[in-house]
Write a protein that binds this ligand. Structure first.
Ligand SMILES: CC(C)(COP(=O)(O)OP(=O)(O)OC[C@H]1O[C@@H](n2cnc3c(N)ncnc32)[C@H](O)[C@@H]1OP(=O)(O)O)[C@@H](O)C(=O)NCCC(=O)NCCS
Length: 161
């Protein structure tokens, strides 16, 4: 089956852009581990199980990915939530990653376009994300896609042991 054929909206943005499925779990977990290697002191012990569960999540989260000849090259994980005050939907880009060898070919731009396109279909009023202050490449990507730095402070509470 041609995965892109599943969703013509995504296929119009990039021929290999499609929704992630539970079977993509191990491949996506490998890329998440690559992404995390630069940011985590150690890999979370339940990483692969957690990614597989996310891809099978019956709730509103979704993953878009781009693959080439069976290899997943890039993914974006997205959380969908209500936007109560606007009576709409808000999307949070949780993680976005392109394998180093596949960078500079517009894959991240296609993923962001895919999130926007799915968002438009969901009547989404805003999309947000956080970027590390030293991640100038990602900042450049989002700025070029009309995202603006938010004036809000980001707080977090962690219970990683
Ligand atoms: C950031 C990242 C997703 C970009 O992926 P990519 O597929 O190479 O990006 P694209 O080819 O789609 O480029 C889109 C835009 O991003 C910016 N960009 C990409 N690579 C860049 C670089 N090396 N330097 C500066 N800007 C860059 C440019 O604005 C580019 O547009 P242009 O080609 O018209 O100039 C990729 O480098 C990556 O996975 N990095 C590690 C994980 C990460 O930082 N994720 C984001 C966390 S929020």
């Amino acid at each position: 089956m041609d995965p892109a054929a599943e969703d013509p909206l995504l296929a119009r943005l990039h021929p290999a852009l499609r929704l992630g499925r539970p079977a993509d779990g191990p491949a996506v977990a490998r890329l998440v581990a690559e992404l995390g290697a630069a940011e985590w002191a150690s890999q979370p012990p339940r990483l692969q199980a957690g990614i597989c569960r996310f891809l099978a999540w019956p709730g509103p989260a979704f993953t878009l990915l781009i693959e080439d000849e069976g290899f997943v090259l890039a993914f974006v994980m997205v959380q969908r939530m209500c936007a109560p005050a606007e009576d709409g939907v808000q999307l949070c880009i949780d993680d976005l990653y392109v394998s180093p060898a596949a960078r500079g070919r517009g894959l991240a731009r296609a993923l962001v376009a895919g999130v926007k396109a799915v968002g438009a279909r969901l009547d989404c009023c805003y999309i947000y994300l956080h970027v590390r202050a030293d991640n100038h490449v990602a900042q450049q990507l989002y700025a070029s896609e009309d995202f603006e730095p938010a004036p809000d402070l980001l707080y977090d509470w962690c219970n990683f042991s």
